[in-house]
Design a protein around this ligand. Sequence first.
Ligand SMILES: Cc1cc2nc3c(=O)[nH]c(=O)nc-3n(C[C@H](O)[C@H](O)[C@H](O)COP(=O)(O)OP(=O)(O)OC[C@H]3O[C@@H](n4cnc5c(N)ncnc54)[C@H](O)[C@@H]3O)c2cc1C
Length: 289
Amino acid sequence: MTGNNIILNEPLSRHTSWKVGGLADVFFTPNDRNDLSHFLKSNDGSITWLGNGTNILVRDGGVRDVVISTKKAFKEIELMDKSSCKAEVGVSCFELAMYATKNNLGPAAFFSGIPGSIGGALTMNAGCFGHETWEFVKSVEVIDRNGVIHHLDPKEFSISYRSVSFPFPLWFLSCEMIFPDEGVTTMEELKSLRDSRIERQPLSENTCGSVFKNPEGNHAGDLIERSGLKGFRIGGCSISEKHANFIVNDKGATARDIETLINHIQNTVKDRFGIDLDTEVRIIGEHDE
Ligand SMILES: Cc1cc2nc3c(=O)[nH]c(=O)nc-3n(C[C@H](O)[C@H](O)[C@H](O)COP(=O)(O)OP(=O)(O)OC[C@H]3O[C@@H](n4cnc5c(N)ncnc54)[C@H](O)[C@@H]3O)c2cc1C
């Protein structure tokens, strides 16, 4: 561990796609596994892990203790055989999709539109266009709170829609993914998925993607739209006119604005349809004074 990969009082708004969030007391970017393992062994406070920050709302009071970021570390990806690869958690989903096109792996095109890291995709079971991350996971490498590395089989996890339960407290370091032989990922597919997203989602704005999970048999965006909330604003954020399950930070929102809007949507949809909307986005940190 070196001093220059630890920053004190780092604004987390720099590390989240909503561009909000208070300070992390300690912000640590490990250089490698040894560095990370040593850090975990020698620090016993609470740890918050951050990938690309595209599915997280950090409150304005920030995070006490340590935030570990993999955005600039764990970036290796390698081919294992003609249908599988190993990706470290700092690789972005887009990089994985591009790698798949170059190496005739398929079907991995769906990863291209998810702006998170492989670590975030494993934690969230990220997915779209009919596929989910864990469909393709053959094994994972993880690290525990004591800095010990384990190799685990997917069977040891409980996987469901945008949710993964761990067998013990852990963080992901890498995964091996196997892609079936049928079909390969092509650039044409990537372009067509990108065009379809551009048409339906506010991709050039500061958002966290879909805020709510789709309730069984419904689409969260549809329920929000039918509640008359498209365009509804609280402070510096509003519900996207393009896709009602997206909240846009378009006028210097605080995390409090966003969380208040989330609560307002939940109450309105509950009153109107009797349906509870659960957040897909993870909310962490402390409220400001
Ligand atoms: C424009 C836009 C479009 C999106 N489209 C989609 C979509 O189509 N499908 C979809 O599923 N999601 C989508 N998302 C949401 C988001 O990109 C995914 O949930 C992604 O998987 C989050 O990855 P991340 O690296 O940003 O994770 P973060 O937001 O940094 O973290 C998310 C959670 O994962 C944990 N975490 C991160 N890395 C690790 C690790 N290595 N080990 C253990 N825990 C870890 C964090 O602690 C946190 O709890 C979209 C977001 C945006 C902004």
